[in-house]
Design a protein around this ligand. Structure first.
Ligand code: UDP
Length: 238
C-alpha cells in the first residue's frame, strides 16, 4: 500500500511571468493549464497554497516605474498580483475546486483579508488558497512573501515553478554542457548568486530549514511529481 505523497501541505510560488505568453500578459491557456495541475494535486488530498507574483503586469523596480516614488510603485506591483490571483482563482473554480484569494492589502469586495488561522482552515477544507499582494508592504517581493506565508501555514516545502527543469551551473539555453544540480544548499545558492528566489527569501528558508524545490512548471503533472517526492528538479536544503 502506498504511503501517500511526500508532502501533505505545500506552497507554490508562481511568478507573474508564468501567467504570460508572447501575446498576453495573462494567457488563458497557460492559466488553465496551471489550474489543471493544481486541481489534480488538490484532488489527491494535498493542501496547496499559491503565492502569486505580478511581474507580468508591473514591478516596483522595473524601468516602467523609473522616477516614481518606490513605495507607490511597489503598491502598484502588489495590486498587479491581485489581478493574477483572481485569474487563477477563476480558472481553478471553473475546474471544480474551491479556492480563496487572501489579500495582504484590504479589499474585501474582491478578496478575503489574509488571516493565518483562516488560511489554514481553508487548506484543511481542501480549498486552494491563493496569497495575493505579497506581504502588503513595499520593498519586499512575492518570493519573500512565499517563504513567509509557507512558514506561517506550516508548509513542508516551497515549490518554485520555473521555465527550466531545475537549477543549472550556467544558463542552459544554448549551452548543452550546462549541468543541472539535483540538490543544493542554501549557502550554495546565496554564495553563487544562483537564481532560485531572492536572497531575503532564501535566508528566511535557511533560518527555518524550509526546503525549496525548483522545477519546470508547465510540464503536465509536474506539480504532482514534486509533491509525490519524485526526483525531478533541484532541491535546496540545509
Ligand atoms: N511587492 C511589494 N511587496 C511585497 C510583494 C510584492 O512591494 O510584499 C511589489 C514589488 O513592487 C514587486 C511587485 O509587487 O516588484 C510584484 O511582485 P514580484 O516582483 O515579486 O513578482 P514576480 O517577480 O514574482 O512576478
Amino acid at each position: 500500500m502506498s504511503d501517500g505523497p511526500r508532502y501533505r501541505r505545500v506552497l507554490l510560488k508562481l511568478s507573474g511571468e508564468k501567467f504570460a505568453d508572447d501575446d498576453n500578459s495573462i494567457s488563458p491557456q497557460i492559466v488553465n493549464s496551471i489550474a489543471a495541475q493544481l486541481v489534480e494535486v488538490a484532488g489527491r488530498g494535498v493542501e496547496i497554497g499559491v503565492s502569486v507574483g505580478g511581474g507580468n503586469i508591473f514591478r516596483g523596480t522595473s524601468p516602467q516605474a523609473a522616477g516614481m516614488d518606490r513605495s507607490s510603485a511597489d503598491n502598484m506591483g502588489m495590486l498587479a498580483t491581485v489581478i493574477n490571483a483572481l485569474s487563477l482563482q477563476d480558472a481553478i473554480e471553473k475546474q471544480g475546486v474551491d479556492t480563496r484569494v487572501l489579500s495582504a492589502i484590504g479589499m474585501q469586495e474582491v478578496a478575503e483579508p489574509y488571516i493565518r488561522r483562516r488560511a489554514i482552515r481553508h487548506l484543511q477544507k481542501g480549498r486552494v488558497v491563493i496569497f495575493a499582494a505579497g506581504l502588503g508592504a513595499p520593498y519586499f517581493t512575492t518570493d519573500t512573501a512565499a517563504a513567509q506565508r509557507a512558514l506561517e501555514i506550516g508548509a513542508e516545502a516551497i515549490l518554485k515553478g520555473t521555465g527550466v527543469d531545475g537549477v543549472y551551473d550556467r544558463d542552459p539555453h544554448g549551452a548543452p554542457e550546462a549541468t543541472r544540480y539535483s540538490d543544493l544548499t542554501y549557502l550554495d545558492v546565496l554564495s553563487h548568486g544562483l537564481k532560485v528566489m531572492d536572497a531575503t527569501a532564501i535566508s528566511l528558508c535557511m533560518d527555518n530549514r524550509l526546503p525549496i524545490i525548483v522545477f519546470e512548471l508547465l510540464r503536465e503533472g509536474n506539480i504532482w511529481r514534486v509533491v509525490d517526492g519524485q526526483p525531478i528538479g533541484t532541491i535546496v536544503h540545509a
